[in-house]
Design a protein around this ligand. Structure first.
Ligand code: UDP
Length: 236
């Protein structure tokens, strides 16, 4: 797992967003993985996820506070979180400004519909060239549609590791596009769920807010985060 930390982006949020804006403007293809402890734990057990995390063409950014803290314990100079939801909002903003094309894949149909409505109102110059809910059986086939539409931004909200593996499987078929697995971001952008209040984010307790609101997350939290902490301590 130590090698995964070497792959983490270290120049901070502002710099990352600037580089992403440049890539979008210049049609550079890019695949962003927003890492939390669960991502690294899956990487240890799953060969494909490991390959993704170690691939030099993949940008791995520190999303969860658990990753930031662990990186600091291991003496990496990482201070900022770069979250999937913040990346998504920045891409929407830049996409609107540059009049780019976006494809939305994932979440329930009602969430996708509401998200499209929100985007239409808030980012009217962003062109939604296609969308698909995340419960279709053949998810690989959706990528044929994505390819045909030639989007500049592809947000995939299917949850980890499904979203990363799908993007990775099809990435070679594209010559441009910013691809990001954004987890539950559509639920927030569409207005179906609220992001944690600012104070929780500031106190680095966004994870706690999500567990209190959705206690079914507790098992997943234990499986990834608690085990992860013990793992990191062993390295120390
Ligand atoms: N989802 C989906 N298809 C599936 C399973 C999940 O589209 O087969 C969606 C789900 O509706 C949710 C997102 O994937 O919008 C995963 O959200 P979650 O909050 O679990 O992701 P996290 O942000 O925790 O990574």
């Amino acid at each position: 797992m130590k090698e995964y930390f070497d792959r983490l982006y270290r120049k901070g949020f502002e710099q990352f967003i600037e580089e992403m804006e440049y890539s979008l403007e210049n049609e550079k293809k890019c695949f962003i993985v927003t890492a939390n402890p669960e991502t690294f734990m899956i990487g240890e057990k799953d060969r494909v996820m490991e390959e993704i995390l170690l691939n030099q063409n993949v940008s791995v950014v520190p999303d969860g506070i658990g990753i930031v803290k662990a990186a600091q314990m291991l003496d990496y100079n990482i201070t900022d979180r770069i979250t999937g939801i913040d990346i998504a909002y920045k891409l929407l903003e830049f996409g609107h400004k540059m009049e780019k094309k976006i494809y939305l894949f994932g979440s329930r149909q009602d969430v996708v519909d509401d998200m499209k409505e929100v985007l239409g109102k808030t980012y009217p110059k962003l062109k939604i060239v296609g969308s698909q809910n995340g419960y279709v059986e053949d998810k690989d086939a959706v990528f044929s549609d994505i390819k045909a539409k030639r989007p500049d931004i592809v947000l995939v909200a299917l949850g980890i590791p499904l979203q990363e593996k799908l993007i990775y499987r099809h990435l070679d078929e594209f010559d441009k596009g910013i691809f990001v697995g954004v987890g539950g971001s559509f639920d927030v952008i569409s207005g179906h769920k609220k992001r944690a209040p600012r104070i929780f984010i500031k106190l680095k307790l966004e994870w706690l807010y999500r567990i209190v609101l959705e206690p079914q997350r507790l098992k997943r939290f234990y499986e990834s985060n608690i085990k992860f902490i013990f793992r990191i301590r062993r390295y120390k």
